[in-house]
Design a protein around this ligand. Structure first.
Ligand code: SF4
Length: 375
């Protein structure tokens, strides 16, 4: 089968089918298993965003990657593999990375019926993204802007040198045009926005522009204090709730909206929490994804071979692919005291507990293992 024929027999991604959500494998197998592997393929990036969750890891040059054959061998061992994600940095920063690692990894996934996502800023040459198109399920882009001035203000804060408005505006335009061209070509472009101190009041305008770029999905996450974002102002739970209601009031109801890493749970005692959980549950074309980090996913650093529970946790490596299989490292993580802290599950609420960053940011004194869904 050629890539197009293979794609045609795969179940389309939809609000009813999101293979990244760990609740699916938990329900099917009765326990958390590794279904998702994320690869950090580069630490290079042409931007230095104010909020970058992996900002501390970004570099100006980088060394040699683990051989592709070793990576594929480790993937072969993952019994329940359902998704592969590729992240950076900007994964397509070097054409050679696209050719030597990204396309082969995507092709491997497509041959195995495994679904794929790449996280990109799509500000580089369109042809790099087109090379991935035959094998890619989700082109995941970040979009937190209402125009080129926002992009300029946010995108180069940690560059170490000033980037002129003209240059930034050119990149912004290319990003918009690339997203539109890829969408028109049939690619599933999913734009992620953060709810943070800059975006929470203009999230409806951001949503509108995402629709204009032809994106099939708008993904929304609150910003949490990781890496470059660690010193930015944190919103209150009330402000996050208000932004979500604002967005739901004004959104395009034909576009799939995926919320993730939310700090609101069906076990929340506050009436406002229960109200937003109920609303999100009943809105058409809206899903709330349980966070894959630590539930069904590991992150692999392709330079060191180190294995992490997420690409942005401060937690040290849990193992290394030279010595450990991915499944073995994931099993060890399930027994880790940090995981035990947040490893709850209320099936009727389709919830399998908070992300560690969320618990740390808003629920330090809460023992989720003692709570139960009430809505
Ligand atoms: S699974 Fe945990 S976080 Fe989710 S509703 Fe139940 S107790 Fe709360």
């Amino acid at each position: 089968m050629n890539p197009n024929e293979r794609a045609a027999v795969l179940q389309p991604l939809s609000p009813e089918y999101d293979p990244w959500d760990p609740i699916r494998s938990l329900r099917r197998l009765g326990r958390h298993v590794l279904t998702s592997v994320e690869f950090t393929v580069t630490n290079l990036c042409n931007m230095r965003c104010e909020h970058c969750a992996v900002g501390d890891a970004l570099t100006m040059s980088e060394g040699v990657r683990v051989p592709l054959a070793d990576v594929l061998k480790r993937l072969d061992e993952v019994e329940h593999l359902e998704t592969i994600s590729i992240t950076g940095g900007e994964p397509s920063y070097q054409l050679k990375t696209v050719k030597d690692y990204i396309v082969p990894l995507l092709r491997y996934a497509r041959d195995r019926g495994v679904r794929t996502q790449i996280n990109s800023n799509v500000t580089l040459d369109l042809s790099r993204y087109e090379m991935m198109a035959p094998y890619l399920d989700v082109m995941h882009i970040s979009f937190n802007y209402t125009g080129a001035d926002d992009f300029h203000q946010v995108g180069f804060v940690h560059s170490g040198h000033s980037v002129g408005r003209e240059v930034a505006a050119g990149m912004y335009e290319r990003m918009m045009n690339n997203a539109l061209a890829l969408s028109r070509g049939g690619m599933f472009v999913s734009a992620e926005s953060m709810i943070n101190f800059r975006t929470h009041e203009k999230i409806a305008d951001i949503h509108r522009l995402i629709g204009e770029m032809g994106c099939k999905r708008h993904e929304v996450h609150p910003m949490y204090p990781s890496a470059f974002a660690a010193n930015l102002p944190q919103l209150s739970l009330e402000e996050i709730r208000a932004a979500i209601h604002r967005l739901l009031d004004s959104r395009d109801k034909n576009m799939w909206m995926l919320f993730g890493t939310l700090p609101f749970f069906a076990c929340g005692a506050a009436e406002a929490d229960q109200e937003i959980v109920r609303r999100l549950r009943h809105e058409p074309n809206v899903t709330v994804r349980n966070d894959p980090d630590g539930r069904n996913r590991l992150n692999v650093n392709l330079f060191s071979g180190d294995l992490f529970v997420t690409d942005f946790a401060d937690l040290s490596a849990l193992g290394n692919m030279a010595a450990d299989s991915f499944d073995a490292v994931f099993e060890a993580w399930l027994r880790h005291p940090l995981n035990r802290k947040v490893d709850c599950h209320c099936d009727a609420a389709a919830c399998c507990g908070p992300n560690l960053l969320v618990a740390d940011a808003y629920y330090r004194d809460v023992d989720f293992k003692q709570r139960q869904a009430v809505v």
